[in-house]
Design a binder for this molecule. Structure first.
Ligand code: NAD
Length: 296
């Protein structure tokens, strides 16, 4: 192995510590703590784990966590009514509705009902438009976390050639826009891309957000490339009956060619949660006209 391992866990811990300092300053100046409301509908086990870690990180940063757990048969109207209440609640700076939602609820309808200025997930079309046009808003947490890791690993990204594999609204598209904002030359690859290995081989920066276990191989990479692996895939482990998490990149072969690479787990995942906490602090600061010194 030749690649530097990008320690997302350590980077996230540093960011969360910076945020906690700013939260204390905010609370001293305004007499309140930033608040994040997280809504979970149903009992999807993976979603429950995410919601628990988000709540824990919120409290550890000195913020208020408001958890709303609704039964799986909640109607769309009931969920929209809760979103309206949270939109109007002055103690709530950020609203996150955990996806996926049960089939009777239209997720797009719920996302567009959230006040864009409390949309700390950055999924509202208004925030997508702000990102596309370079206006201040909220950037989705996973791609923003990836950008932070890339900047800390590479310094300036200007002029670098970047390939983003995946074009989802949550990861691929905002990632491509963020890289463009940092003056990379960006290619977006997807399921219809022809000869993906040849395209990846051109890239100084590769962001894999596909959802296919270990798809990107070491011999697809330009030597020295910086590889960010967003994928979280559960596969059979080495021991019978056990599962393990792997990324979209074949770490064993890629780490012999890349200059730097994020591991799975311990790479992008912890940064996603840290960025959510950061977005909540930024929201509180904007709403109360408070100037942040760092963590922004
Ligand atoms: P998605 O399913 O919405 O999108 C996947 C994208 O990959 C699509 O745009 C599709 O065009 C592309 N794709 C599919 N097959 C392909 C192929 N063979 N070649 C090239 N492109 C192909 O998924 P998503 O929500 O963007 O998530 C992607 C991955 O990232 C998943 O594994 C997900 O679990 C993970 N994820 C991780 C975090 C985190 O915090 N680490 C957050 C969000 C998503």
């Amino acid at each position: 192995m030749t690649a530097t391992i990008i320690d997302g866990k350590a980077a996230a811990a540093t960011l969360r510590a910076d945020i906690a300092v700013e939260v204390a300053r905010f609370a001293a100046a305004t007499g309140r703590s930033p608040g994040l409301a997280v809504v979970l509908v149903g009992e999807d086990p993976a979603s429950a784990v995410y919601v628990r870690s988000k709540g824990k990180a919120t409290v550890e940063a000195g913020m208020e966590s408001f958890e709303h757990r609704l039964p799986a048969d909640t109607s769309e109207a009931e969920l929209l009514a809760l979103v309206d209440t949270l939109n109007g609640d002055p103690a709530v700076d950020g609203i996150l509705v955990q996806l996926p939602l049960p089939p009777q609820i239209d997720a797009d309808k719920v996302i567009t009902r959230i006040d864009p200025d409390k949309d700390v997930d950055g999924f509202h079309p208004v925030n997508a438009g702000r990102l596309a046009t370079g206006l201040p808003g909220f950037v989705p947490c996973t791609p923003y976390g990836c950008l932070m890791l890339l900047r800390s690993q590479l310094g300036s990204l200007s002029g670098k050639s970047a390939v983003v594999i995946g074009r989802s609204n949550i990861v691929g598209k905002p990632m491509a826009l963020l890289l463009l904002g940092d003056s990379c030359t960006v290619t977006i690859a997807h399921s219809r891309t022809v000869d993906l290995p040849a395209i990846v081989r051109q890239a100084d920066i590769v962001v894999a957000a596909v959802g296919r276990a270990e798809m990107v191989k070491g011999d697809w990479l330009k030597p020295g490339a910086c590889v960010i692996d967003v994928g979280i895939n559960r596969v059979e482990g080495s021991e019978r009956g056990k599962t393990k998490l792997v990324g979209d990149v074949d770490f064993a072969s890629a780490s012999g060619v890349a200059g730097a690479i994020t591991p799975v787990p311990g790479g992008v995942g912890p940064m996603t949660i840290a960025c959510l906490i950061r977005n909540t602090l930024v929201s509180a600061a904007r709403r109360d006209g408070f100037t942040l010194e760092s963590a922004s």
